[in-house]
Write a protein that binds this ligand. Structure first.
Ligand code: SF4
Length: 311
């Protein structure tokens, strides 16, 4: 790994480059200093089938987020220090405990602001016997030089591609550079992970899955994301189209976001799926049935974070 030019104090790890002095306890835009906070580490069934499988993905939910979208589906952990502080060594132990529980992989959820510590923990855990594929489950708003450093650490990128529209990226995530940043990051991910590889059970061992959460009223943005990804990478990248957007009460307080105060309709979702089919997309995941429910969002209750929690 070569973290040259990247630092957590002053922090320039992500495209925000907010320069927080995290080692001195200053929190960045991501709301975190240099202490690792984890809100949950448990088997998780709600990812794509080739990630969750029968046993579940070994999901580690980190607190904080550098993107902090207004409609965030995990805002409890994205916006508050909901979680428990742990060391790099404890993080490595958690990976091994998830492996012992039968996890299909280690799934790092919102890892960007802790990427250096996570890379260290993965290397430690590998020395201690970790064999599972490592899944980097991020927002897509990542520096390409950070992604380059994940070669040999991460096997699968399960990455969001939220916007091709800079106006939406600014309005909902205060990140007008999101499309450009995400394009560059994705390019690095595809270079690192290469063609998708599955085991005999159909579980992904290597590859890239691009997720797009359809937002109410924003079919065009979804179509633009699908077209970009498919035209550039074809069948090399899986596209996961998600309809699980859940409007939270707090959004209703702000008139500016009133368009987000409803679920995505079946018609909207089908129109986006049909667009992907017409384009020729074959490697895709779609969601069936009622997925837009808060009950699909896990409890961020610290499960699996401390050792005594296992007793
Ligand atoms: S990772 Fe956090 S502290 Fe670092 S630049 Fe990004 S938002 Fe700022």
């Amino acid at each position: 790994m070569n973290w040259k030019g990247l630092s957590t104090s002053p922090c320039n790890l992500c495209p925000r480059e907010c320069l927080a002095d995290r080692k001195s306890g200053q929190r960045g835009y991501c709301l975190e200093d240099d202490r690792i906070y984890v809100a949950r580490a448990a088997l998780h069934m709600w990812e794509e089938p080739c990630i969750s499988g029968e046993m579940g993905s070994g999901a580690v939910f980190f607190s904080g987020c550098n993107l902090r979208c207004v409609y965030c589906q995990n805002y409890e952990i994205a916006e508050g220090r909901k979680g428990k502080e742990i060391s790099v060594y404890r993080l490595a132990e958690i990976f091994l405990e998830l492996q012992d529980k039968g996890a299909a992989n280690i799934n790092l959820v919102t890892p960007d602001h802790y990427v250096m510590e996570i890379a260290e923990a993965v290397l430690q855990a590998k020395k201690m016997g970790l064999k599972l594929p490592i899944v980097y489950n991020g927002s897509g708003y990542e520096k390409e030089e950070v992604i380059q450093n994940l070669s040999g650490i991460v096997d699968i990128f399960l990455t969001d591609f939220k916007y091709m529209d800079t106006v939406l990226a600014e309005k909902y995530s205060k990140a007008p550079d999101y499309p450009l940043v995400a394009e560059r990051a994705l390019d690095e991910m595809v270079k690192i992970a290469g063609e998708p590889v599955f085991d005999e059970m159909g579980m992904m061992q290597k590859g890239v899955i691009v997720r797009h959460l359809l937002l109410p009223g924003h079919k065009k943005n979804a179509r633009d994301v699908i077209r970009y990804v498919y035209e550039k990478y074809g069948d090399k990248v899986y596209i996961s189209l998600m309809n699980q957007y859940t409007p939270f009460e707090r959004l209703k307080e702000n008139q500016e976001y009133r368009e987000l105060c409803r679920k995505v309709t079946r018609r909207e979702y089908e129109a986006v799926i049909n667009y992907a089919i017409e384009l020729g997309v074959k490697n895709a995941f779609v969601q069936e049935g009622e997925t837009a429910k808060e009950s699909f969002i896990p409890e961020f209750d610290g499960e699996g974070v401390f050792k005594e929690d296992l007793l």
